[in-house]
Design a protein around this ligand. Structure first.
Ligand code: AMP
Ligand code: GLY
Length: 421
């Protein structure tokens, strides 16, 4: 197949890597891709979605896979479908599950899907009144996309009120903060679950845990994610069943009833409180770095899964997973997540050890290429992934691989998967 992948991160690289390793030969294109995806296919520079769709038609692209949320919220799927193309991802309307927290919370309430008690409002008086009914800490969220920064966990009522005032005045997040959500704080452990959906049917992937804080022991600022592992032993069959029955099924049925059937990856942020799964948030795409550890656990064809999901035929296939565990450790640039860093050459030692060669690999993200050399280009640079029969073995292998990657200012957490060990 000729396949176009939208995005430039480790997530998109990991999908491309898996597809490149399939027995059948595929031809890959990336918009825009990164300095390492050019090894796997052709990087494009066509920013306009209509032009990109026309390119897909003339090149005979049979499948487009969208990685990040921004093109989805902008309606890239609707544009491609209107031109008769096959594309994996939700429509603009369905992408509101991520694009608008107000849409998501109201949807959850309408279909009785468990979530934190909340109020959604643009009135400062109503927000303050509800705040006074909650114990601390109190969670305040801006409505729109804020690159992961729109959530404040306030330790006092005053702090919550300041956050509300700043959001509603447009001071913190501009238009994205025109409406706020104030909600109760849920005390439990967090999971990421991913369902690949075709509007009606879905495939549930092994549950993962992300590590959002920059530093060991969950200290420091929030990031896009510094590492992940799966499957997590914190989820048993009973919990999977509860997530399927209480969250995924009613979400797919509800979105159909809304006239916006959900196709694509439903990423459910879950807080488990006293054994009960509660929906924290939805995203409408794979998590990054969760994708980098989940894709390598699939033993059946990854390209076929995306193709069947985008043509409403998931019921025709069964997706197989290996019995191994996967751990991914993110290596980030010096100034991440605050600011950009000066490009630094990446040296990857040659792997001599057969165990490391067989059970680890690297998914490249924030890298550029010049004269055959790779440079760390800021942000999250790459993810070292280790597979193993236990989480500990997978983790040891991932860290061994990290030891073979060098660039100035490299930054990583040393405790990925600690909750499972
Ligand atoms: P969100 O973007 O809604 O997922 O929020 C980002 C992070 O804030 C989540 O991953 C949680 O760690 C935390 N969070 C959000 N809502 C709550 C809540 N109601 N209770 C506790 N933590 C929360
Ligand atoms: N790793 C969390 C995310 O992709 O949003």
């Amino acid at each position: 197949m000729k396949i176009l992948i939208l995005g430039s991160g480790g997530r998109e690289y990991s999908i491309a890597r898996a597809i490149s390793n399939e027995a059948v030969n595929h031809k890959l294109y990336f918009q825009p891709g990164n300095g390492a995806t050019s090894e796997l296919g052709t990087n494009l520079n066509i920013k306009d979605y209509n032009e990109l769709a026309d390119f897909a038609i003339t090149q005979g692209i049979e499948l487009t896979i969208v990685g990040p949320e921004a093109p989805l919220v902008d309606g890239v799927v609707d544009i491609f479908k209107a031109k008769g193309l096959t594309i994996f991802g939700p429509s603009k309307e369905a992408a509101q599950l991520e694009g608008s927290k107000v849409y998501m919370k109201n949807f959850l309430a309408k279909y009785n899907i468990p979530t934190a008690r909340y109020i959604e409002t643009d009135s400062i008086e109503d927000a303050f009144k509800f705040t006074d009914t909650l114990p601390t800490p109190i969670v305040v969220k801006a409505d729109g996309l804020c690159a992961g920064k729109g959530v404040i966990i306030a330790q006092s009522h005053d702090e919550a009120k300041i956050a509300i005032s700043e959001m509603l005045s447009g001071k913190s997040f501009g238009d994205a903060g025109k409406k706020v959500i104030v909600e109760e704080f849920l005390d439990g452990y967090e999971l990421s679950m991913f369902a690949v959906c075709d509007g009606k049917d879905y495939i549930l992937l092994p549950a993962a845990q992300d590590h959002k804080r920059l530093l060991d022991n969950d200290q420091g600022p929030n990031t896009g994610g510094m590492g992940a592992y799966a499957p997590t032993p914190l989820v048993d069959e009973t919990l999977y069943q509860k997530v399927k029955e209480r969250i995924i099924r009613p979400t797919l049925d509800g979105m159909q009833a809304e006239g916006a059937p959900f196709e694509g990856v439903l990423f459910i942020g879950i807080m488990v409180v006293n054994g009960e799964p509660i929906t924290l948030e939805f995203n409408v795409r794979f998590g990054d770095p969760e994708c980098e550890i989940l894709i390598p656990l699939m033993t059946s064809s990854v390209s076929d899964m995306f193709l069947k999901a985008s043509t409403n035929r998931l019921s025709e296939i069964s997706v197989e997973f290996s019995k191994l565990f996967a751990v991914g450790v993110v290596m980030a640039s010096e100034n991440y997540p605050y600011s950009s860093s000066t490009p630094a050459e990446i040296i990857v030692d040659e792997v001599h050890h057969t165990e490391i060669a067989e059970y680890t690999h690297i998914s490249f993200a924030g890298v550029s290429e010049e004269d055959g050399k790779l440079y760390a280009n800021g942000g999250r640079v790459l993810v070292c992934v280790g597979l193993g029969e236990t989480i500990k073995q997978a983790r040891d292998r991932a860290y061994m691989r990290c030891g073979q990657v060098h660039f100035a200012g490299k930054k990583l957490r040393t405790d990925i998967a600690y909750q499972a060990l």
